[in-house]
Design a protein around this ligand. Structure first.
Ligand code: NZQ
Ligand code: ZN
Length: 380
């Protein structure tokens, strides 16, 4: 095993009808709330009205920033930070999926400063203070609710980057699986794929940690058992609950204990597809993962075979394992080639250039420019 530090300060509220505790939680931080949300799902579901009525009846002073887009952009982060600064907010309430919560993490460290939130991604600035963040998660996928990471795009710079600091953990996250009942089939599948991919990124990381490997396998098996059931029955609370719990556990630090790094090469390559073609995050991963395993098989064949054998409870070769994993992604309706997304204007050269510009790489399985081209050819 590798040495490791386990630290996770997020208070997680999980289960049915937990939102009545929201007001008292926000009050711990003050009275002026910045509510941040996405393009419209919270209005459609009635959650926006419910929260607004609740907060106003409890005397909160609420300002808001709506319209955070999927694959969020730095312009929204900076604009929301201006509002937060003008209203001198005491606390941020993020209501939505990973895009809203990630944006809110960067908003929380941008409000106290005078520069763009992008400076944190480039390393030009380090956050010294954060406005406390409380999150209500409406989509099970990223694990952002219980980790410090935020992923944001900057189209001017042609980059999609991740940032995290001990200051960017949410203080509290509320996870009521009922709030995910309205997530459509495609994003439900992408969420299942994302949590599986997070587990794989840990699996292909550095450090022999057999207990942690078992955590990883348990999480993926849970997703592979209940994911397809959920896809066939989107309004089933029990399946929503299982997937929501699995997604949180897949990226809250637990799968990294005893490892010095995860791999994250597939995420790094997937972000390019989201950046250039707005491919939903989970879909980008099911496109890249099979190609990545096929390409790097000579280096990690035993580890792929072990993964497949553990997941499917039979001895499988690396090739068989990749085929089975790819078939699983397809079975829940995820793309496994970029062409499955029916996007026009895809250019091999632009993907390649962006991979070079963004220095796509893995923490354990290192990639060079030759690998980029080979990967693209496998998933195009
Ligand atoms: O914008 P609205 O209208 O809210 O609609 C969203 C969006 O269209 C919709 N949605 C969310 N909750 C819903 C719902 N629709 C109906 N009912 C609900 N209850 O779903 C769409 C996707 O939302 P988004 O937040 O973009 O999805 P996700 O949670 O998958 O987040 C993706 C982002 O997270 C980043 C990704 O790169 C991507 O930018 N990631 C963040 C990570 C982290 N912070 O740890 C790790 C991940 O690997 C990932 O990189
Ligand atoms: Zn992910």
């Amino acid at each position: 095993m590798e040495n490791f530090i386990a630290y996770n300060p997020v208070t997680l509220h999980f289960g049915k009808n937990i939102l009545p505790a929201l007001g008292a939680t926000l009050k711990e931080y003050g009275n002026r709330v910045l509510l941040v949300y996405g393009k419209g799902s919270v209005r459609k579901s009635g959650l926006y009205d419910q929260i607004m009525n609740d907060l106003k009846s409890q005397g909160f002073d609420v300002s808001e920033y709506g319209g955070i887009r999927s694959n969020p952009v730095i312009e929204d982060v900076d604009a929301a930070a201006v509002i937060g600064r003008e209203h001198a907010v005491d606390v941020i309430l993020a209501v939505g999926g990973g895009s809203v919560i990630d944006s809110s993490k960067i908003i929380s460290v941008t409000i106290p400063v005078a520069h763009s939130g992008w400076d944190f991604f480039t390393g030009k600035a380090k956050p010294a203070r954060a406005i406390p963040l409380v999150a209500i998660l409406t989509l099970a996928a990223t694990g952002t609710e219980m980790n410090p990471f935020a992923v944001v795009s900057n189209h001017t710079q042609g980059e999609k980057s991740a940032f995290g600091s001990p200051l960017t953990f949410p203080k509290h996250s509320f996870l009521d699986p009922q709030l995910t009942l309205t997530v459509p089939r495609d994003y439900t599948a992408y969420g299942i794929a994302d949590l599986i991919a997070h587990s794989f990124e840990a699996w292909f990381g550095t450090g022999e940690a057999t207990l942690t490997d078992r955590f990883v396998i348990s999480i993926v098996k849970e997703a592979m058992e209940y994911g397809p059931k959920l896809i066939g029955d989107l309004h089933n609370y029990e399946y929503r609950e299982k997937i929501m719990f699995a997604a949180t556990m897949a990226l809250n630090g637990m799968t990294m204990y005893g490892r010095s790094t995860g791999d994250w090469g597939v995420h790094s390559a997937g972000h390019i597809l989201s950046l250039l073609h707005d491919v939903p995050h989970g879909a980008s991963l099911t496109i890249v993962y099979p190609a990545w395993m096929r390409h790097f098989k000579p280096k990690i064949s035993d580890r792929i075979a072990q993964l497949g054998s553990e997941l499917f409870d039979q001895t499988l070769s690396a090739d068989q394992s990749i085929d089975r994993i790819e078939a699983f992604f397809k079975s829940i309706g995820c793309p496994t080639r970029l062409s499955d997304m029916n996007i026009s204007g895809v250019s091999r050269q632009s993907v390649l250039s962006s991979m070079i510009h963004n220095k796509v790489n893995g923490g354990t399985v290192k990639m060079k420019e030759d690998d980029y081209g080979a990967l693209i050819d496998l998933y195009l």
